[in-house]
Design a protein. Structure first.
Lengths: 79, 216
């Protein structure tokens, strides 16, 4: 039986920043808040290109597009 | 309950209560805005402009609102899928390295692997549901992927990034030390070999050995 999920709560954002997401009315509010907290302008992660490093993360991060992501999910499902 | 795709208030409610939380999660994890999601938002605004255009027929405007709603749902789904793949990228490095798995997670290796299997099982279930319900409303699929991300978040919370950093630095240091030691041993060995060879040749030992072998 599929257990329903509370879609109004975030998985990590609220816990990490100790905020209430219902106070954020748009993506612009979220962007502004994150820019203020991280002290840097948020960039755009392109869907193709080279490997990039996320600021503050010690593990390398790759760029993907959604088709590639679906393929990765399918590959992981076969494991 | 399925939303009414032709209702503006349902659209706004979905945006605020479902999309914004998903967007906050992915953006805070990446500290960047994912391009796929921004493209979805661009599609939403172009359909919304058509909807707001009063010179258009009501049917056309309603159809555009519906399309904008579907783009919004897909953008929400993309947020969780991107999060999944980023988490998987972070986690696989730990999973593949037995030392990282043993020493750099704040739980037992068994619990960590058990949770990783759960993470994979959930993505399998999500993908299976998604493929079996292509064309239907995707709200439930979004929920499935959110559950995947929840288990990924639990796994990520076990990872001790400071320990990983320390471990990587120590490993680099040891590798450097071993390499330098090996090079020095090699050079000393070669010099000692050359000296011994010269001594043996000068003292006539080599020619005595060669003569002895051929006489036999």
């Amino acid at each position: 039986m599929f257990e329903r999920v509370d879609m109004q709560r975030t998985v990590l954002f609220e816990q990490h920043y100790n905020v209430d997401v219902s106070q954020f009315k748009s993506t612009r509010d979220v962007d502004r808040f994150l820019e203020e907290r991280s002290g840097q302008k948020l960039g755009v992660v392109r869907t193709s290109g080279n490997i990039i490093e996320r600021v503050g993360n010690i593990l390398p991060i790759k760029k993907y597009d959604i088709d590639k992501i679906n393929k990765l999910i399918d590959n992981a499902s076969k494991k | 309950m399925s939303p009414d795709y032709t209702s503006v208030s349902d659209f706004v409610q979905y945006y605020r209560e479902t999309f914004v939380p998903a967007y906050s999660d992915v953006t805070s994890y990446l500290l960047n805005k994912p391009e796929e999601v921004l493209q979805g938002m661009e599609n939403i605004s172009s359909h919304m402009i058509q909807y707001l255009d009063e010179t258009k027929d009501t049917a056309v405007r309603q159809e555009n609102l519906k399309k904008a709603f579907h783009h919004l749902e897909r953008a929400t789904l993309d947020c969780y899928k991107i999060l999944w793949v980023r988490m998987e990228t972070d986690l696989i490095e730990i999973i593949k390295d037995s030392e990282l798995r043993k020493f750099c997670v704040n739980t037992t290796e068994g619990t960590f692997l058990e949770n990783y299997n759960e993470f994979l099982n959930r993505v399998r279930a999500a993908r299976a549901y998604e493929l079996n319900n292509v064309g239907d409303e995707i709200s439930v699929t979004v929920e499935y992927y959110k559950k995947v991300v929840e288990s990924g978040n639990l796994l990520c919370s076990f990872i001790d990034k400071i320990k990983i950093q320390d471990y990587k630095e120590t490993r680099k240091k040891w590798l450097k030390r071993i390499t330098i030691k090996d090079i020095l041993v090699g050079i000393i060995g070669a010099i000692a070999g050359a000296i011994l060879w010269e001594i043996a040749r000068d003292s006539g030992t080599i020619s005595a050995i060669v003569t002895y072998i051929f006489q036999k």
